[in-house]
Design a protein around this ligand. Structure first.
Ligand SMILES: [Mn+2]
Length: 355
C-alpha cells in the first residue's frame, strides 16, 4: 500500500521506536483490512473520540476523518457528550463543520474506530455503538481494557496522534498541511509542547515531519496556548484566590464553580490549561483542579511532576489516565473531594514507575 513519500526511517522514531513494538503487524493488517472491506461494500465508518475532547482526541479524530473522506470512504465523526462544542483554542482546525452531533450518528455503522478513548465508558452516550460490532481501538492509555475487536494500542506512544498518523500512512492517505495541522495539535498538546516526560524521539520526529508539510505552527501555538478571553483571566483570578497547598500530601489544588463560568461567560472547555499554572508551584508534587459541571458535580484534573502516579490515583477515585496526567469525575462538596484526594495521596501506594 503506498502512502505519501518520505524518508521512512525518520517517521515517528524510525522502525525500532518503542511504540511500534506494542502493536503487531497482524493488528495493523486487520485494521487496514477492516477499513478497506467497509469501503468496498460502500459501508459507513463511525469515528469516535472520548467525551469532552482534548487536543489529541480532536486532532486524531479529524485527521482520520479527513483521510477517509479523501479516500472515498463514508465516515461520520463524533463524540458522546453535550454540549457538542469544540474548545475555542482549536477552532482553526479543518473539518470541524463536518463533525456530526451525537444524536445524528447512524445507529448501525459497519465499523467503529475509537480514538484516544481509554475505556468504553469514555465514549459517553455513544458507547453502545461498540457493542457487538467490529471496532478498532486506537489509543495510548496504559491499562486500556481492549474493548474493541482490533487493538492499535501503544502506551509508549506520546499521543494517539502518533498512532493515527501510522494508520493514515498505512491506509494510503495523503498527509497534506490541513491533516498535518490536526495531528500536530494532538502531538503538541499531549506532550505539553514537547516538555512532558512522554516526549521522545518518535514525538520529535513526527513533529519535524509535520512541520515539513507546511503547517503554520507558530500561529497555531498562539491560538492554543497564548490566547484567552478577558473572562478567562478573571476566572483564573478566582481560582488562584482559592488555591491551597496541602504540605502533607504535596498537593496544590484549586477549583472553578459554575457561577464563575456564568459570571464571566467562560465555557468549561476553555479551562484545559488552567492546571498548568498550579503545576508550577515549586513545593507541590501533585496539582489538582476541580471544575464544576453541574450542582455539586465536579470534573477533576490531576498532574504529577513524576514521583506520584496520578493515573493510579485517578483510578482509585473512579477515573483514569496517564502516570503524569489523569482525571476523574465525582459528585460531592468540594471540601470532601479534596479530602478524598489527600487521603489517597497519604495512604495509597502511588509511586510512579521509574521507567
Ligand atoms: Mn492522548
Amino acid at each position: 500500500m503506498s502512502g505519501y513519500e518520505g524518508p521512512d526511517r525518520r517517521r515517528a522514531g524510525g522502525t525500532d521506536a518503542p511504540w511500534r513494538r506494542e502493536i503487531t503487524e497482524a493488528d495493523w493488517d486487520a485494521a487496514v483490512g477492516a477499513v478497506r472491506a467497509v469501503a468496498d461494500a460502500d459501508g459507513v465508518v463511525v469515528l469516535l473520540c472520548h467525551t469532552d475532547p482534548d487536543g489529541d482526541a480532536l486532532g486524531s479524530l479529524l485527521a482520520l476523518h479527513l483521510t477517509l473522506r479523501d479516500l472515498g470512504v463514508r465516515s461520520v465523526a463524533s463524540w458522546g457528550s453535550e454540549p457538542f462544542q469544540v474548545p475555542p483554542q482549536y477552532t482553526f482546525l479543518t473539518g470541524l463543520d463536518e463533525l456530526t452531533p451525537p444524536d445524528e450518528v447512524p445507529a448501525d455503522p459497519d465499523l467503529v474506530i475509537t480514538l484516544d478513548a481509554a475505556s468504553r465508558d469514555r465514549l459517553g452516550s455513544l458507547a453502545h455503538l461498540v457493542d457487538g460490532r467490529p471496532t478498532i481501538v486506537v489509543d495510548h492509555h496504559p491499562g486500556n481494557p481492549r474493548f474493541g475487536t482490533t487493538h492499535l494500542i501503544a502506551p509508549s506512544a506520546a499521543a494517539t496522534a502518533v498512532l493515527a498518523e501510522e494508520l493514515i500512512h498505512r491506509l494510503g492517505g495523503d498527509l497534506d498541511s490541513e491533516l498535518a495541522a490536526c495531528l500536530y495539535v494532538g502531538l503538541v498538546t499531549d506532550t505539553g509542547r514537547f516538555q512532558y516526560a512522554n516526549t521522545d524521539r518518535a514525538a520529535m520526529e513526527l513533529g519535524s515531519q509535520l512541520l515539513d508539510r507546511g503547517i503554520d505552527h507558530d500561529a497555531m501555538s498562539r491560538q492554543m496556548f497564548e490566547t484567552h478571553s478577558f473572562g478567562y483571566l478573571k476566572v483564573m483570578g478566582r481560582m488562584l484566590e482559592r488555591a491551597a497547598f496541602v504540605p502533607r500530601a504535596s498537593l496544590v489544588h484549586g477549583w472553578v464553580t459554575e457561577e464563575d463560568l456564568a459570571t464571566y461567560g467562560v465555557a468549561v472547555e476553555e479551562l484545559e490549561d488552567l492546571i498548568d499554572l498550579l503545576r508550577t508551584v515549586d513545593s507541590a508534587e501533585v496539582a489538582m483542579i476541580a471544575k464544576e459541571t453541574g450542582p455539586g458535580e465536579w470534573r477533576v484534573s490531576l498532574r504529577s511532576k513524576g514521583r506520584v502516579d496520578v493515573g493510579r490515583l485517578a483510578q482509585h477515585l473512579g477515573g483514569g489516565g496517564h502516570a503524569f496526567s489523569a482525571g476523574f469525575s465525582a459528585t460531592a462538596p468540594i471540601d470532601e473531594l479534596v479530602a478524598r484526594v489527600v487521603e489517597a495521596l497519604e495512604h495509597e501506594q502511588l509511586p510512579a514507575d521509574p521507567a
